[in-house]
Design a protein. Structure first.
Length: 239
């Protein structure tokens, strides 16, 4: 397995243990996204080809390199024979995976889904490419303070690696299993700027549309949203 797949499988094992999930079945699925997939494997095998010839390229290169290899390995480990998918939407891949899994469960096509994402892009060519497109932070702050995605003065991201996997299921199923419930997904929507290969559309029209559709999907209105973590009241449903 490529490094990103190893991360994904390790995270899935932890999630399964926490959720008390031991085995899959036809009603268990996997939706795990990745932006670049097995880029480490691709570069390693390119070097093998150049140094040792075509006959020494690994026959496992393709299944290791594919972006959906993480979802595939999780499915194999848990014998999850249900819905399987791999969103590849750059930085939104993991969130799209969670949203897609939510929609699949809501349609009744799966009882439980492993959902999330994994990435392992720490190779010189990827770092150089992100740096040259001015996507990486150039901050002179202390290292622990450089990653500031929600700061007004953010100036780019900090490239990293890892995985995050959730176990999603219908509320009734979770309650019946006495599962530890961390949160509830009330709605989901997605949009595309359709503006530029890297820059966001300056007016934010697609984002506004997506937020409105997400609220509609959840049966909520803007006044129902509160980011204050100390608030414990359940959001009221729109009549």
């Amino acid at each position: 397995m490529d490094r990103f797949t190893q991360f994904a499988l390790a995270a899935a094992l932890q999630a399964a243990k926490d959720a008390k999930v031991e085995q899959g079945g036809e009603d268990v699925g996997v939706v795990v996204g990745s932006g670049v997939g097995g880029i480490i494997t691709l570069l390693d095998q390119q070097q093998v080809l150049l140094e040792k010839g075509a006959g020494r390229v690994s026959p496992f290169m393709i299944p290791m390199m594919m972006s959906n290899s993480a979802a595939s390995q999780i499915a194999i480990r848990f014998h999850a024979q249900g819905y399987s998918s791999c969103p590849v939407t750059a930085c939104a891949s993991s969130l799209h995976a969670v949203g897609e899994a939510y929609q699949v469960i809501r349609r009744g096509e799966a009882r439980l889904i492993f959902a999330g994402g994994a990435e392992a892009p720490l190779v010189p060519v990827a770092i150089a490419a992100f740096a040259n497109m001015k996507a990486l932070s150039a901050s002179k702050r202390e290292p622990a303070q450089v990653s500031r995605p929600f700061d007004r003065n953010r100036d780019g991201f900090v490239i990293s690696e890892g995985a995050g996997i959730l176990v999603l299921e219908a509320l009734e199923s979770a309650l019946a299993r006495s599962a530890h419930i961390y949160g509830e997904i009330r709605g989901f929507a997605a949009s595309t700027d359709a503006y530029h290969v890297a820059a966001p559309e300056p007016e934010g029209t697609a984002i506004v549309s997506m937020i409105k559709r997400a609220l509609t999907s959840a049966g909520m209105i803007p006044e129902d949203i509160d980011h204050n973590q100390s608030r414990r009241t359940r959001p009221r449903l729109r009549s």
